[in-house]
Design a binder for this molecule. Sequence first.
Ligand SMILES: Nc1ncnc2c1ncn2[C@@H]1O[C@H](COP(=O)(O)OP(=O)(O)O)[C@@H](O)[C@H]1O
Ligand SMILES: [Mg+2]
Length: 251
Amino acid sequence: MSKLIAVAGKGGTGKTTVASLIIKHLIATRRTPIFAVDADPNYTLGEALGIEVEKTIGMMREDFIGERAEIPAGMAKEAVLERQFHASVQEAKDVDLLVMGRQEGPGCYCYLNNVLRNFLDMLTGDYKYVVVDNEAGMEHLSRRTTQKIDVLLTVCDHSVKAARAAGRIAELVDELQLRVKDRFVIVNRAPDEISKEVQAEIDRVDLKVLAILPEDENITAADVKGRPLVDLPDDIPSYMALISELEKLLT
Ligand SMILES: Nc1ncnc2c1ncn2[C@@H]1O[C@H](COP(=O)(O)OP(=O)(O)O)[C@@H](O)[C@H]1O
Ligand SMILES: [Mg+2]
């Protein structure tokens, strides 16, 4: 059974950064193969992992709805669709990446989404770890109610407002009735010690801090040069701050 780690949070807080540092650690500790899912319509996980994204589920879905997909004679629609979903998984050495892409436009997608859910359920069994970089609304996870989330990490920056937003995401997760084993907050771009006020807000929304990640110039530099975050050295402050705590959840 694969272990599912979901990363959530408002846009720009550092979800993709955290997801890729987690994947970097899983690769370094040979917890492979890993299935990475980019569920954010503004998808950037591929770049952070150094994997080129050619197809997204959204593109496949549009082709299918627009009847641009060829259905060979005698082949069931569902099998064709599954084959197309499969074709949109980008395979790299230790990580396979699936990009959801843009949310659907008008039209009924229930059938396609059901096929997608079955496909994901079937596929995730082949991996040791599944890491999901979510969009703020957590819609994609809500469609996949069959698998529980082992660890939900909500990323927020060092502010009372952000801590409150993290609390709202936790509420949303409960409203969506997602099954979550462990949940934590990651305070990103923060000083070594978080302020009294931020901590009070985190306590108030009943969350626990897993790790505090500093502002890291190595991440900025990788960003400026367009380099994958997984290729950063192992001794950078953000990565070290994350993995020492993450390791406690993995073992
Ligand atoms: N700890 C950090 N130090 C420096 N820059 C960071 C840090 N965390 C995130 N960033 C930068 O902030 C921006 C947003 O981060 P990103 O992970 O893409 O957020 P999200 O996926 O939540 O939208 C990116 O440019 C990223 O490089
Ligand atoms: Mg992102």
